[in-house]
Design a protein around this ligand. Sequence first.
Ligand code: AMP
Ligand code: ZN
Length: 112
Amino acid sequence: MDCIFCKIANRELGTELVYESDDVVAFPDIHPQAPVHILIIPKKHLANIGEIGPGDEGLLDQIGAAVKELAAKYQLDDGYRLVTNCGPAGGQTVPHLHFHLLGGRELSWPPG
Ligand code: AMP
Ligand code: ZN
């Protein structure tokens, strides 16, 4: 399958990985929307959060651990946003599950 985030997780593109655990990696977004904009993804190809299922036990725990460690690493002490877009109407453009970790500026709500 020709999936750019699978290639990043497999270290095929030379993208800097800023975090790695057994089943998760994280890397900087190529078009950052905030001073800190990291994408956290499962190594396994899942199209979106709705594809998490049997066999993925512990994955969201690992995502949570990544968020905690990355928030500390990037000193997001004042807060941050974690968001996953799902499907075209949700604004998803890359069909491999990913969580945006955004911080380093005031983030408005609601998003567009
Ligand atoms: P979404 O619109 O939620 O699917 O988010 C996809 C994100 O992936 C966007 O913020 C893009 O800037 C980012 N992106 C696309 N290709 C790459 C890449 N090769 N390396 C890093 N980030 C990427
Ligand atoms: Zn993939």
